[in-house]
Every structure is written in C-alpha cells, then in structure tokens.
Design a protein around this ligand. Structure first.
Ligand code: SF4
Length: 360
C-alpha cells in the first residue's frame, strides 16, 4: 500500500479520458492508444511493463493514474494445474477472489480458459450451502474492480501463451443485485476497443432476480444467463435460497421469455446435496417443470465447506439424477469439477483474510 492507493484506475477511464491525460502531459494522442492496447490486449497491469512507451511518460502516468485498483495478495494453483485462485485486496481492505479454470479435454486445439469473476464482496442472498453467503454482504464491487479480475487472470493466460476464452459471472455475489457495475463491466468486456470478448462467451449467473434478467436481455442479448434453481419446488427452494427472489413458476416463465427474446438457451444450475435435493423423484419433478424449455441443466455436486449445509451426493446418486433428466429429454450435464483442493470450486469462495491460504 503506497501513496498510489487513491489514484484513479485506468479501468474506470474511457479512451477519451485517457487521451486527455496523455495530451495534458504534452504527449501525442497516439501514446494513449498505445497505453490502451497494453492494458486491453496485452493485459499489462502497470505502466512499468509498457516498454513501448518512453520511460519518462510511464513515470508521469504512474503519478496520475494506476492500472489495477487493487493489490494481488495471494495465488494458489490446484495440484493438477487446472485451476488458479487469486486473492485481491481492494483499496478499502476488502478481499475478493477470482478463479481461472483451464479445460483441455481434447488437446490444445479445443482448450478453454474461463475466468470466474466476483461482483460483490460477500453476498446477501444467504444460500445455505454457500461459503460466500455464510459470510454475509459486505459491499458492491465497481465495474473496474470486476474488470480487474479479468485483467489479472488474462495476464496469467497471456503468459501461458493461450488466451482467455470464456468469462462467467459466478464468483462471490449476485451479479444482478449489482446491475449497474455488471452492465458497465459487460459493456467494456465485449467492446471491440476494450477486451473484445464475444458476448456469447460470457455467462451471468443469477439466483433469480427477474427484473435484472429482463434488463440483461435488453442490454446484452448475446450474453448467456444461468439461473440457479437448486430445487424442483418452492417449498424446498425457499429453504435453500432463503432470500425471496421469485417463485419457480415465475423464474421458469422469465427463462422462457429470455430465451424467446434473445434466441439463447437458458442454463439452469442445480447444486446437488445428498438427501436434500438429489432423489430420482426430485429429478422427475424438475424435468416436469422444465419440459418444453430451450434449456440446459448443469448439475453441480456440492463442494462441502466448513460452516455450510450440504453433503456431497454419491457418484451413483448424481448419475441417477442425471439419467432421470436425460430420459425426460431435458439436456443436462454434470459440471466438470475444478479446484476443489484449493477451495476454488463453486460455493467455496469467501475471500479469506489469511493471505493466500485456503481455509482448512
Ligand atoms: S450461491 Fe451465489 S447467490 Fe447464493 S449466497 Fe452464494 S454467492 Fe450469493
């Protein structure tokens, strides 16, 4: 923490803002485009590393603005090398986590690298099986704090020689409860002059805030939405997701209209917990509800975490659940799991205050 802490982040600036700063330093405007490219195409996180700029300009820029509005305070990679979790400390001391997942089932040509970003410090939704929910809500992240996570993980993948391919808003927090920042971040991510991601490669996950789902369809029709269901009926769902969002019927209607407006398939997330929501009857009940919908169900066997509800179902129970859905012609898969040994898997993120160490 130096005296740079209060400087504005470049990630908050438009290209015009940056150009004004550069021109104010008596430098030609094209230097601003160079800086921009360094950040958004080469994932530079400080001015030092922008070696195509004169040293003096780098120094003077560094006195006025900074690239990253946070400090990286820890990084862990899973034993199999597939997952890297990074811990970032924001200006006010809040810690957030972001996860990079590498999938390479068919060799390099089909390699996928996905970054999972957080949109809030903590979360107010209180899902009973989630470590982030157990910690409660702390604050909204700004768009630049969301973008920073993509920058940080993008930098790792750039160093590895293959780019980030997908972005999921599935980390800490409920993205649609922080709509303004999520919207701004999505705009910059998909902007050809920003990170330039195809919006189809971006997914926003929600526990089911319907006005947000509708707004997202209007603002970012190409972005996929993943709705967390976790239960085949309202009685069980309100026990698992205690903050009232919408009834299942309303959620499914919202998914139907989202699919219709955008032409995109809706994903449903379903965290499987032994003895709670993993029976074949519950699978059939779920299939009944989803019948006729252009959708896909992601089954996620829970990752047990200290202090939260839910035991992991057996492999056999997971497969039985999957079969019931598939037999009822509901497209479904069991999520390939990443990073369980470093607590980077779904529902395990909690921005632990011990630097760089996962909770035991
Ligand atoms: S599962 Fe998502 S919405 Fe639910 S408490 Fe955790 S972070 Fe919040």
């Amino acid at each position: 923490m130096g005296n740079h802490v209060a400087l504005p982040s470049l990630l908050e600036l438009s290209q015009e803002d940056l150009e004004a700063i550069v021109v104010g330093l008596d430098q030609p405007a094209y230097r601003a485009r160079q800086v921009w490219r360094n950040v958004y195409q080469r994932y530079a996180m400080d001015f030092e590393s922008m070696t195509d700029l004169p040293r003096e300009l780098r120094r003077r820029l560094g006195e006025r603005i900074r690239v990253a509005p946070a400090e990286s305070v820890g990084q862990q990679t899973s034993d199999d090398g597939s997952t890297t979790k990074s811990l970032l400390r924001l200006d006010d001391g809040e810690l957030i986590e972001t996860v990079l997942m590498r999938y390479d089932p068919f060799g390099e040509r089909r390699a996928r690298k996905t970054v999972c970003v957080s949109t809030q410090a903590g979360c107010a939704m209180g899902c009973v099986f989630c470590a982030t929910g157990a910690q409660g809500y702390r604050r909204q992240l700004s768009a630049s704090e969301i973008l920073l996570q993509v920058l940080a993980q993008g930098r790792i993948t750039a160093e590895e020689g293959s780019p980030l391919t997908n972005i999921v808003f599935m980390g800490m927090g409920e993205p649609l409860a922080n709509y303004a920042a999520t919207h701004e971040a999505l705009t910059r991510l998909s902007d050809a002059d920003g990170f330039g991601f195809a919006p189809r490669r971006i997914t926003v996950s929600t526990v089911g805030l319907i006005p947000g789902i509708e707004q997202l369809a209007r603002d970012h029709p190409q972005v996929s939405v993943a709705i967390s269901l976790h239960a085949p009926n309202d009685a069980l769902r309100t026990r698992l997701v205690p903050v009232p969002t919408a009834t299942l019927g309303q959620l499914i209607a919202a998914a139907r209209s989202h699919a219709k407006t955008t032409g995109r398939r809706t994903s449903f997330e379903y965290v499987l917990m032994a003895g709670i929501n993993d029976s074949p009857e519950q699978a059939r009940e779920l299939a009944m509800r989803l019948r006729g919908l252009n959708c896909h169900v992601n089954l996620i066997p829970i990752n047990p975490s200290a202090g939260v509800v839910g035991e992991r179902p057996s492999q056999a129970a997971t497969m039985r659940f999957l079969e019931q859905l598939v037999e009822a012609h509901i497209p479904a898969t069991v999520r390939v799991e990443k990073g369980r040994d470093i607590l980077a898997a779904c529902g395990q993120l909690r921005g632990d205050r011990e630097e760089g160490t996962a909770p035991g």
